[in-house]
Design a protein around this ligand. Sequence first.
Ligand SMILES: Nc1ncnc2c1ncn2[C@@H]1O[C@H](COP(=O)(O)OP(=O)(O)OP(=O)(O)O)[C@@H](O)[C@H]1O
Ligand SMILES: [Mg+2]
Length: 474
Amino acid sequence: MSSKTKSRWADDEADAALEAQLKKEKEEKRRLKVAKARKLEAAKQAREASAAAAQQEGDGTNGPPAKRRRISPAREAAQATAPSNESNDAPKLWRFYGGAFAKSRSVENYDKLNDIEEGAYGWVSRAKEVATGKVVALKKLKIDPRDRGGLPITGLREIQILKDCDHRNVVQLREVVVGDDTSKSFSNIFLVLEFLEHDLKSILEDMPEPFLASEVKTLLKQLASGVAYLHDNWILHRDLKTSNLLLNNRGQLKIADFGMARYVGDPAPKLTQLVVTLWYRAPELLLGAVRYGGAVDMWSVGCIFGELLTREPLLQGRNEVDELAKIFELCGTPTDDTWPGFRRLPNARALRLPSTMANGRATTGSGVRAKFPLLTAAGVGLLNGLLTLDPKKRPTAKEMLAHEYFAQDPKPKQEAMFPTFPSKAGQERRRRRETPNAPVRGQQAADFGAVDFSGIFSGREREERGGGFSLRMV
Ligand SMILES: Nc1ncnc2c1ncn2[C@@H]1O[C@H](COP(=O)(O)OP(=O)(O)OP(=O)(O)O)[C@@H](O)[C@H]1O
Ligand SMILES: [Mg+2]
């Protein structure tokens, strides 16, 4: 027996053989790798060469030739004489998809289920896509008598803006379809919109109890997010009201009806003052401003806020003068301090405004606190902000979203926890309410002249005096 056992790690012939084998395998691997890379390179060159040849031939087998396919003669000549291995120097044409014109699909792709609402100028109905069974809303494009023979500008704007928008609080336009009766030309265009079960106006009219404070916050927050998105993208809606706010059964609110909307720039161009349904129209519009901005939408948001609390439109004027009187009664009269420059607005020059009430109180104070006694201080602060006469002092939609009203208890209710309501749109036609419509293009805006508003606070004075008795401190 040998006195010394050999170490396991000692080199011997077996080790040497193993090492040689590993080395061989490694070299073989490297050789294969190099061969593969060469093969790939050769295939790539062949591909590029054949693509270049196909472009030069322009044989039309891969669709029509590109418009900008002109290659300079000098380069073509150089290529003709160039050796074949330089073929991958051939000019590479980058192709970008630039959109294309295509015929709109037919309305026949949809089966009408029921009318939702027949408006003053158009109609909206519930329909089902034949191919997919998906339920949608079909809105017939409004025809403006002033746009004889052409697509109405309001309809064009509605389509353009809705096509550009992509936000969870803005209704989605799926496509535009046309009727087959071509003799009716432009009266036969339909917007295919995602379908939502309710509009806020119908819900407010039918609900037995008003929304809870947390529900009002959820709705307002979504409205402000949608408006912030629009304003961020240079879009003014110009007809925000509860019947243009849709709600689905998952508590999601979406802004709809872009028939009055338009893109604006900075500084805002001259715009028509005859926008926004009367009850939601900002004081600067009533006073004839032709340069205005997102603040007109924020005024409407304030009116909607009030309506969500009481289930009644906040400022129901019978006409423009009466609307302004109602605004002053609730928000106080403007002065040069509270609204610098308002006297320069066309309809403000000859207005006669009271400065004190019969009881000697100033007329500039707001009546919002008194009208909404149950609203929290933060809520009154926000509502007063939105209903500020001077448009420059109204909060923007972004500022509104950051308002402490939304941070305070009760917190906005989660959308998923929002109550559901029986859908009117799913069954019979929604009731047409006796409410003012959006103004029609071409109508004459009111010229107030010298209106006397001195009696507008008699209502507030009566309220403050109380109904036939007065309290005395003893
Ligand atoms: N996508 C939709 N899903 C469900 N209902 C809808 C949808 N779009 C509109 N509606 C319903 O149809 C009504 C009218 O729609 P919209 O406001 O877009 O049309 P309009 O012709 O401009 O109406 P109006 O002149 O009354 O404002 C809405 O108040 C709503 O009840
Ligand atoms: Mg509408």
